[in-house]
Design a protein around this ligand. Sequence first.
Ligand code: 13P
Ligand code: SF4
Length: 301
Amino acid sequence: MSNITDKINLLKKEKNAVILAHCYQPVEVDEVADYVGDSLYLSQVASKTDADIIVFAGVYFMAQTAKLLSPDKKVLLPQIEAGCRMADMLSLRQLKEFISKHPSLKTVCYVNSTAEVKAECDICCTSSNAEKIVKSLGVSKVLFVPDTYLGKWVEKQLGNVEVITYPGFCPTHLQIRPIDVENIRKKYPDALVLAHPECHMSVSSIADYVGSTAAIMKYVKESKNKSFVIATEQGVVDRLKRDYPNKEIIPIKNNLICPNMKMTSLEDILHVLETEENEIFVEKDIARKAVHCLDAMLEVC
Ligand code: 13P
Ligand code: SF4
């Protein structure tokens, strides 16, 4: 058998494995993926699957989250070097220092973070449920780590909660500037601008819609509009172009990619399925506390 897709599909069956892929992965990964979506959806899938092996086509924190939610499964990351540059901006020491300045406040942690960080926070969130999660705490002031822009976006949406943010950010989304939005609106006046909440506030506040990767894809699917500017990573653009050939899908910038998300290849997926290398482990005590933070989120959403 020569076709790599066939080999992967055969191994999936033989080993009772499932492949989860984030919307920023190279689009060809979808050929073998069982589930494609945003962080929240994939976390929910990982918490419910009865597969023996989860291959997570994504970045490290996503595979680690899957392991926390499915501790009895073998979780494999096709490219072990694929990290998240935002998650790397917040170490446990930096988190403790940040919390020590506001000891009485609850801490909400974006899922783009390490298990060590999750273990010290009260509740987790993703880009699609952050507003709901902060609201669920019923407080007027909260700490939010590590993404300052998602935190500030939530503060603006809620209006009655002060969100004190750690200064982390996504280098990919921060490449988008308000001038890009202004220029593209001049060129495509009928297009709606759809942005991810990791964008700088000066971008999200002038977008027509702000949502997670999956929410942006759903918006395009359901909208009667024909033309859309996509202010997030290229993977969303590629999937939308594939799925909606009759709609006009315009990237806000050419080649806006997350280099770590683009490390995964079909060969890597085949390799981990064959060898079961790149297994993710989390130290027991950290896992116990980090799961609490994730479970608190899944109870709300
Ligand atoms: P989603 O929550 O939209 O999946 O985003 C995760 C992410 O890493 C975006 O940069
Ligand atoms: Fe992390 Fe940004 Fe890549 Fe998302 S796009 S995985 S936040 S570096």
